[in-house]
Design a protein around this ligand. Structure first.
Ligand SMILES: Cc1ncc(COP(=O)(O)O)c(C=O)c1O
Length: 354
């Protein structure tokens, strides 16, 4: 068996939800568990996040899985529905769809909910991805109120820059000015806003990435936020190569030794979810000691520099990310974000809990 494994720590997941709870104060928490709980496994996340007040998912299928697993808490469909054929399941499963487009409203006027449903109405306050324009608030709310079987309305927006120095106020303030005066419940915060802008917590918060132990910020580590990495991707060195100066390594020979170099070949590649575009120099741990990747990542293997690790050899433990090596650091080196690496964990990687 290949030595690669992803270890998922339920304790870390539960710890991270506790941290979210501390920041949330009186606000209720939708734990965002879309994309297979950011790669951690929906069932597993559900066990660790049993103290959530609700769950945020993308698809009716994900919501149906949660209901099948016995979840009777609110389940928010973060993008609502895409087709009329999803409406009966939404009613039957008691899901909360996000209404975010005039197409959805037209569809609902033709195919009304057959029983009372709670809805979230999403307004675009600057992200320009989904949601009704804030300027059309009165018109949209007038339309929503004419829909049959809408039993409660919560107003929602989503932040584009809560994770960087531009912050969330430039979106939250106009949203609060307009939506806040309706007296309806509100939801705005993702992880970054929950951690940095408690003044915008409102009725519900919707943390995702922080629950999995990664920092949403470039300027603050997960550790400094008391978050614990929940996924550790581990493997082993399966071969050692001694390169003479001038010799190339791997596909394309894009890395060449400028001095004699001891190379470890690791059983992990892009077929496991490791980013192929991670350049030479991406951080990696061998026997818990920091070193770097070298050369081009291939489907099943990648290379690490063992020059400073004389004791390392075949069988040495390799940490690709997780405990001891924040996934954010690997993501930064690869020009991406932790979200993408966690979600991309390939189904062929065995997962163990612990
Ligand atoms: C609408 C919505 N709310 C909340 C979240 C959670 O965001 P984060 O993982 O940054 O906390 C997401 C994630 O993409 C989202 O799309």
């Amino acid at each position: 068996m290949r030595p690669i494994v992803a270890r998922i720590s339920l304790d870390a997941l539960a710890n991270n939800l506790r941290v979210a709870r501390q920041h949330a104060g009186q606000s209720r928490i939708f734990s965002v568990v879309k994309a297979n709980a950011y790669g951690h496994g929906l069932t597993r996340a559900l066990r660790a996040f049993s103290a959530s007040d609700g769950f945020g998912v993308l698809t009716v299928d994900e919501a149906a899985n949660l209901r099948q697993m016995g979840v009777d808490k609110p389940i928010l469909l973060l993008e609502g529905f895409f087709q009329a054929s999803e409406l009966p399941a939404i009613v039957e499963l008691g899901l909360i769809p996000v209404l975010r487009s005039s197409e959805q409203l037209t569809l609902l006027s033709r195919h009304p909910f057959s029983a009372p449903v709670d809805v979230f109405v999403k307004f675009n306050s600057g992200m320009n991805r989904l949601g009704f324009p804030l300027e059309r608030f009165d018109l949209v709310m007038g339309q929503v109120k004419t829909l049959k079987n809408v039993q409660s309305i919560t107003l929602m927006t989503h932040f584009a820059t809560a994770d960087d120095e531009r912050g969330a106020a430039w979106q939250a303030e106009p949203f609060l000015n307009i939506a806040g005066s309706s007296g309806l419940p509100l939801t705005m915060a993702n992880s970054a806003a929950l951690l940095r802008y408690p003044q915008f917590n409102s009725d519900w918060v919707r943390p995702g990435i922080m629950l999995y132990g990664a920092s949403p910020f470039a300027d603050a580590s997960a550790e400094s936020l008391s978050l614990k990495p929940a996924m550790t991707l581990q493997s082993e060195i399966i071969a050692v190569q001694h390169l003479k100066a001038g010799k190339g390594l791997g596909y394309g020979c894009i890395w060449q030794a400028d001095k004699p170099t001891k190379i470890g070949v690791v059983a992990c590649g892009y077929g496991d979810g490791y980013p192929r575009h991670a350049p030479s120099g991406t951080p990696v741990l061998v026997n818990d000691k920091p070193t770097r990747t070298l050369g081009r990542v291939s489907m099943d293997m990648l290379y690490v520099d063992l020059n400073e690790l004389p004791d390392a050899g075949v069988g040495s433990a390799v940490t690709l990310w997780g405990e001891g090596l924040p996934v954010e650091d690997v993501a930064r080196s690869a020009g991406t974000i932790s979200y993408e690496l966690l979600c991309a964990l390939a189904p062929r990687v065995p997962v163990v809990e612990g």
